[in-house]
Structure formats: C-alpha cells, structure tokens
Design a protein around this ligand. Structure first.
Ligand code: ZN
Ligand code: CU
Length: 486
C-alpha cells in the first residue's frame, strides 16, 4: 500500500477525548487514508514520530485575522502553534460585507488597514481567499457592527425598522455566501446603542441558516451576569445557539465571579444551546480607548498608529514622561491597541477547566508588540496548564482545541483523526511544548511544535514556514465528504 506521507509510530491523540494510542497514519492527497499498524505501507515521505504526539490540527474559534490572511498569507503566528483552521469576523467586526470608505470607527480600524481592498459582499472576500489562499483554513463570521457601520449614519442610537430590515437582508446574503455565523459586539461603541431587540432581530437570521450567534458581550466586568442573561435571552427569543466569546470576569471587583458565571452557563445549558471560549492569560487585549484601562492593574501599549515606537511600553510610564494624566496620554496614542491586566488567575483556571470551554487566541496580529496570545495560546495550554499545572489531561486539551470547535461550528471532516477526514495535523513533543511568546517578546514562535500540515501539505517544519498555502475557505455546506462521519 502506498501513501504520500506516512507518520510512523506516533502517539495518536485523535481529538475525540479518547485515550492516546500508538499508531501509524497514512495521508494521500488532502486526506487521511489509514490509521493503525501500517508497517506494510510505503510513503513518498515517512516521518518517524517515536515519542511525539500526532493530533488533529488545532482550530482557533476566535481571531481577528480577516485581513492578514490576505496580506500575510503564511500565517506563521498560527501554523507555528499547530493551528490549521481559524474563525475570523469576531466581536461584531468582519472585513465583509463592507460598503463604506475609511477612516473606519474603532475597533474596525484596528482590524482593517486603509490600504487593503474592501469587499462589498462576503462572496467577493471569499473569492479573493479562494484565488490566493493562506496557509490555514479560514471561516468567517459576519459582524453586526460592520453591518451597522454600512447601514446607519448615526451609530449612537438603536437601528430603526428600515435599517434593521437592511441589515437582516445583508446578513442573510452573507450567510448564504458562506459566512459561518453572526458575531456581535455590543461592548464596542459602534454597537453599544443596539438594544437587545435589535440583536434578536439579527440572531433570527442566523437561526434561519442554522448558524450560531457569537458574542463579545455588552459587559465582561461589573455587569457580566446581566450580559450573560441578555445573551441567553437572545438565544431563546431567536431560537438559535449562542456562543460567549473569550469569557472573562474583568476588574478587581469581579475577580472570583466565574464561579457564578459558569454556574449560570451550566443552568442555561439545560434549556438551550450555549457554548464559550477563552484565552489562557490574565491580560486581555483590545482597542486602547475601550475604557478597560480603568479596570486594569497594568496597561501596555500593543500598537499605536501615531506612536509605533512606544509599542511594548506601559501606559503609566508614557503618561508620566509626557506629564499627562492617563486619559490624555491615551488619546494621543489613538488609534491604538492595548494589553490590559484585568483578570484573576483563579478565574482563568476555572473557566479553562470548565468542560465546555474551547481555547482561543483572540489574536490581533497588528504591529510589533501584540499580546503574546497571538503566537503562544495553544502551546501555553498544552505546556503550562496541562503538563505543568495539571488542570486537565492532554487528551481533554486536544479535544477542546479540535473536535469540540469543529463540531460546534460545523467544520465537517475536521477536528478528529479518522480515515476520510482532511489531513489537518500537528506533530508535537508533549514534554517540551510551551509558548515562546512573552509580554516582553511577543513575536516568538512556540517550542515543541515539530510540524503542522494543512490539507495534507506541510506548512510549518523545523521551526520555519514552508511557504505552502493550502488553506481552504470553510463553511458548513462545502465540507461534506463521502463515507466519513463528522
Ligand atoms: Zn472581543
Ligand atoms: Cu475578539
């Protein structure tokens, strides 16, 4: 028997949560063709994987790489972590459909630069990705904030009936063209004035397509409980599944609150479809003028358009040097992104340990000093939280990074290892896997990721990108494969 690639003698962790087993894996073209004792098989390329874990490539359900998949298609920040599929368009802000000209209101201006082409329809964006694919597979949510920016002349009020109808039609079209779900961000100024009813009206369209409502909730601090209730209500009224993005309890006064929020999620799950993801860090990252600096014990500047030389510096130090208060200094740095130390380690561990939590990077790759999660999230969970802290098993961690998000977002044929499935794979050393990125040096690749394959092609090997760009655009319609179970 002949395969293109043979992985021999690997420690197989298949993404379902099942215990590891020793096995060989054969890949031909873009698929896994056999798993087991394949000693009689021959491969064009054979990898001796003795002592190494072979797992499904990781799926990052929450990133903001809508634009950089076009401008930096090697996507090394993801492939070097073993990530093979990403979901863009989060927090209410997607690159498409976009019908207005720059300057864009924040936070769209930190996701999109002024120079990159705009796409008036999701189909046009998708066509561009299909014509010049990145190294990783991509799916994209459609952002309610983007739709508001397209539709409303004044963002500081609820949408009227005509505007809601226009946004619903636009969302309906984008979901028909392959958008994977709806995202909202009522936390952010362009959507803050949207009342619950407006979000329900949008969620109804997601429901009609059998897709999810994914949200950066209105409040992740003092009113996180009320925001969870609002999210559950939207799901109930629209009849659709809801997904809480980067769940956190921000601000000193709210440390420890995850005991209550997770109990609320647990209770809601008895009656409706609720999911969540989180990042494995006590610091968050978003636009600098989000108000979050008031909740933070420390704020670092991640990127500033007028002052790129100050990336990586503490806001407090910059303000002191300038002889200004924090808010005045902050205003001079805009548009800018910040890193905010707002969470409690106990909450991070509790949320990560919750069995239904997925792992996400929430990566914004812009600038030279992003949050280390952009390059380090998945290895940090596998190394720090699984191996060193012992929060949960390696099998469980891999499941939360693969099978769980694949199932939740309908990524057919991905997320676990089985014959017939796409050959999205990561080979790593469980003893040494760790994030390389730190708050001081955030652009450092992870340790212990030996190789990453997307659709059967190596994209990361021996510490470097291979230059291959085999990524595909994913949606729930196109992933079906004959003879394979999901
Ligand atoms: Zn967000
Ligand atoms: Cu986000």
């Amino acid at each position: 028997m002949q395969a293109d690639i043979l992985f021999r003698n690997a420690v197989l962790i298949d993404g379902t949560g099942a215990p590891r087993q020793r096995a060989d894996v054969a890949v031909t073209d873009d698929r896994i063709v056999a798993i087991g004792d394949l000693s009689a098989w021959r491969g064009g390329v054979a990898h001796d994987c003795t002592g190494l874990v072979l797992a499904p490539g990781f799926i990052d359900p929450h990133v903001h790489h809508d634009e950089i998949v076009l401008t930096d298609p090697d996507m090394t920040c993801m492939t070097s972590q073993g990530v093979t599929s990403i979901i863009n368009g989060n927090c209410g802000f997607s690159i498409a459909p976009l019908t207005v000209a720059p300057p864009f209101p924040a936070p769209l201006d930190i996701i999109l630069s002024d120079e990159v082409p705009r796409f008036a329809s999701f189909g046009a964006y998708r066509a561009q990705l299909d014509a010049a694919p990145p190294a990783v597979n991509t799916a994209c949510l459609i952002g309610h904030g983007t739709l508001r920016i397209n539709t409303m002349s004044d963002l500081n009020r609820p949408a009227d009936a005509g505007e809601i109808a226009a946004m619903r039609a636009s969302l309906d079209a984008a979901l028909s063209e392959g958008g994977i779900g709806l995202s909202t961000g009522p936390f952010y100024p362009p959507a803050r004035a949207a009342p619950t009813a407006e979000l329900v009206a949008m969620a109804e369209i997601a429901q009609a397509h059998g897709k999810l409502y994914v949200t950066h909730m209105r409040d992740e601090g003092d009113r996180v409980r009320e925001s969870l209730q609002e999210t559950f209500q939207i799901g109930r009224e629209a009849g659709c599944g809801v997904h809480v993005s980067h769940h956190k309890c921000a601000g000193l006064a709210n440390h420890g609150l995850s005991e209550i929020t997770l109990a609320m999620i647990d209770e809601a799950r008895k009656h409706q479809d609720v999911g969540l993801d989180t990042t494995p860090w006590i610091a968050s990252s978003t636009m600098l003028n989000s108000g979050r600096h008031r909740q933070a014990t420390r704020v670092m500047v991640a990127d500033s358009v007028p002052h790129p030389e100050l990336a990586g510096r503490d806001l407090a130090d910059i303000a002191a040097e300038w002889g200004e208060d924090l808010d005045t200094a902050l205003a001079r740095l805009l548009p800018a992104t910040g890193i905010f130390f707002v969470m409690d380690e106990g909450d991070v561990r509790r949320i990560l340990s919750y069995p239904h939590t997925m792992v996400c990077s929430d990566g914004i790759a812009r600038g030279k000093h992003p949050h280390p999660r952009v390059w380090g999230t998945f290895p940090r969970v596998l190394g720090h939280y699984v191996r060193d802290v012992g929060l949960f098993s390696l099998e469980e961690a891999v499941h939360r990074m693969t099978g769980l998000p694949a199932q939740r977002f309908g990524l057919t044929g991905r997320g676990h290892l089985a014959p017939g499935h796409y050959a999205d794979l990561v080979l790593f050393d469980a003893a040494s896997v760790a994030e390389g990125a730190t708050f001081e040096a955030p652009l450092t690749p992870a340790h212990g990721i030996i190789g990453t394959w997307v659709n059967g092609r190596a994209v990361w090997r021996s510490g470097a990108a291979t230059g291959a760009r085999p990524g595909r655009t994913l949606d729930q319609r196109t992933g079906s494969i004959a003879g394979a179970s999901v």
